[in-house]
Ligand binder design. Structure first.
Ligand SMILES: Cc1ncc(COP(=O)(O)O)c(C=O)c1O
Length: 368
């Protein structure tokens, strides 16, 4: 069978290797999983079951139920102070990334991706035939003017930012955002802002965002992480009317709509108080930071549930040393053009984190 040429753009081997290994281990210290360790709150389950029992099992309008769109518009307005010109309910934030890329990028166009990055940004750019151009943000993961400006040329169309960040946990500052907005305005670029981890913000009250500061911003967000509903596939994209309208057309011929019961379940969102989880994840962040900072070079994560320390020696050797101790972490080159760091996903029990810290301390000095 001849398979499509585009498959050569996809390499999932780094992460797959770790997940395959995890299946063969009996009680690994698994710090590789990028999703919350708590279950979805009961009220969502109840509401979803009610919707299913009431026969709410068919297609919804492509753009989402009006009640879900209204709810999202209110959420965005309340948290970010600017009402969306238009909104589409997507099949997770992943759906929003794909649809926005398909609507914005032609073959040969360029999209700037701050490195380290969420893996999908690079692979989906290649799927559209466009070129991912990497903006080096090491060592502090901030966006620097001297690194950004030389990347822009007549083919540059978009910049995708992600704060709080997967894999670094970094939160972009107001200055970083101002730089991105000012540059995008000057060069007529679209900013795609993936804020899926905005609920997990540990040291600030609100998240610096380009939303409301420039008209050509696509805000991507969703409920997968904040409410631990990664399998329910629900997210949203807000932005200029003409763009969102095109994304609706594309959704009609791809995902069709986000799951009906999941959209319905969001009606109880105001009753879901997740602050206990945020507080507990802040404590886990602190455990990781305090436990590693003396032996490892790392930025303190300001959000999400990831840390991205520098490997104390060759990353592949370091990952192998961790594996020997039954610990799973992900090498930096899964999220980066470099392989100098590794990702810890700390949305795990305190016991797992404690076991992990012991191993990190043990292997920090090996194989130098
Ligand atoms: C930065 C980022 N964006 C988007 C996604 C995908 O989210 P969803 O499950 O809503 O498709 C993830 C999932 O890990 C992520 O880390």
């Amino acid at each position: 069978m001849k398979l499509a040429e585009r498959l050569k753009f996809f390499d999932a081997s780094g992460i797959r290797k770790v997940f395959d290994l995890a299946r063969t281990m009996t009680n690994p210290v698994n710090l590789s999983i990028g999703q919350p360790d708590f279950d979805i709150p009961e009220i969502f389950k109840k509401e979803a079951k009610k919707a299913i029992d009431q026969g709410f099992n068919s297609y919804t309008p492509t753009q989402g139920l009006q009640e879900t769109i209204d709810l999202v518009n209110n959420l965005v307005y309340q948290s970010k102070g600017y009402k969306p010109p238009d909104t589409i309910i997507t099949s997770g934030v992943s759906g929003g990334i794909l649809l926005s890329y398909l609507a914005l990028l032609d073959p040969g166009d360029e999209i700037i991706i701050p490195d380290p990055y969420f893996v999908m940004y690079k692979h989906l750019a290649r799927l559209t035939g466009s070129k991912p151009v990497f903006l080096d943000t090491y060592p502090d993961f901030c966006i620097k003017k001297s690194a950004l400006l030389p990347l822009i040329n007549s083919k540059t169309r978009c910049i995708v930012i992600n704060s709080p960040n997967n894999p670094t946990g970094n939160v972009l500052s107001e200055e970083d955002i101002a730089l991105v907005v000012e540059t995008a305005k000057r060069h007529n670029l679209v900013i795609i802002s993936d804020e899926i981890y905005d609920y997990f913000l540990y040291d600030r009250k609100s998240l610096p965002s380009p939303w409301g500061k420039y008209e050509n911003v696509v805000l991507l967000n969703g409920f997968s992480k904040a409410f631990s509903m990664t399998g329910w596939r629900i997210g949203y994209a807000c932005g200029p009317k003409d763009l969102i309208n095109e994304m609706k057309k594309l959704q009609q011929y791809t995902f069709v709509c986000a799951p009906s019961f999941a959209q319905k379940s969001l009606s109880v969102i105001a009753e879901a108080d997740m602050s206990v989880y945020r507080n507990s994840y802040r404590e886990k962040r602190d455990m990781i930071w305090l436990g590693l900072k003396d032996k490892y070079s790392l930025q303190k994560p300001g959000g999400a549930f990831y840390a991205f320390p520098r490997s104390p020696y060759d990353t592949d050797k370091f990952i192998a040393a961790a594996l020997k101790e039954q610990m799973l972490i992900i090498p930096g080159n899964v999220f980066s053009e470099k392989n100098t760091h590794f990702r810890i996903a700390f949305a795990q029990s305190d016991e797992t984190i404690r076991r992990g810290l012991e191993i990190f301390n043990k292997i920090a000095g090996e194989n130098r």
